[in-house]
Design a protein around this ligand. Structure first.
Ligand code: DC
Length: 234
């Protein structure tokens, strides 16, 4: 298959992008929408978290762009059956730590890291469809996606949700610290020069501050049904 026909084939695969700030619930919602449609799911934040973990394991602190990009290019990752492996080691829970999330937000600001992860993310675009969540899914990685969602929620609500999630897992956390952390990460993700967190011009914004996961999932599926009937079957 030549490059042009590959491009045509990839663009025939429908993609729903769900971008939004940390702890807006986009990961859960993307997975639920993908399960409902029988599509693949891409948790792009996991790739940045895996890069951060690789940086930490190499003794780095995220301040060296070329080291982080090199590690991002070399990532030996396996996704499957709810598990994420790095170099064969199960890191599913490890990459969810707040410290790794913070380091991920730092390494994600480096353009060379973003370039290193771009093709890997686009490779997830396979039939019958893909639901991709992150910060730049609709703006940079899948700009031609037929449905783009920007999922927002008030920062205090997000901090409370994260606090509850951690408590449910038996991890103690201070709500004020979480709130400060989220504000810092929001600012870093929104203000960076490359692929900042921003709603694509053609994205539909859903504010989940006062509605639950089920309602957001229903809204996304309704939007997809409308889009599909307007443009013909996927
Ligand atoms: O979605 P998350 O919290 O797992 O993402 C962790 C960090 O990775 C986030 O703070 C910013 C970065 N990220 C990004 O820059 N671009 C993406 N598409 C996804 C995540």
């Amino acid at each position: 298959m030549n490059a042009a026909s590959f491009e045509r084939d990839a663009s025939a695969v429908p993609v729903i992008t769900i971008d939004g700030p940390t702890a807006s619930g986009k990961g859960t919602i993307a997975q639920r929408v993908a399960d409902h449609l029988g599509w693949h799911a891409l948790d792009s934040g996991a790739l940045y978290r895996l890069t951060a973990l690789a940086v930490r394991q190499a003794g780095g602190d995220g301040s060296d762009e070329s080291q982080a990009a090199h590690l991002a290019r070399q990532l030996d990752v396996q996704f499957g059956a709810g598990l994420i492996r790095l170099d064969g080691q199960d890191v599913t829970h490890l990459i969810r730590q707040e410290a790794i999330g913070n380091l991920a937000s730092r390494v994600a600001a480096w353009p060379a890291v973003r370039t290193a992860l771009l093709a890997r993310q686009q490779d997830f675009r396979q039939m019958p469809g893909l639901v991709a969540d992150g910060r730049d899914m609709g703006t940079v990685v899948f700009p031609d996606a037929p449905l783009k969602i920007f999922l927002d929620a008030d920062v205090v609500v997000r901090a409370e949700r994260r606090h509850k999630q951690l408590r449910d897992k038996g991890i103690s956390a201070n709500l004020d610290d979480l709130l400060n952390d989220l504000r810092l990460r929001d600012a870093r993700d929104r203000d960076r020069a490359h692929a900042p967190l921003v709603a694509a011009a053609d994205a539909m914004t859903i504010d989940s501050s006062h509605i639950g996961v089920d309602q957001v999932v229903d809204q996304v599926l309704d939007l997809w049904l409308d889009r599909r009937s307007a443009h013909g079957p996927a």
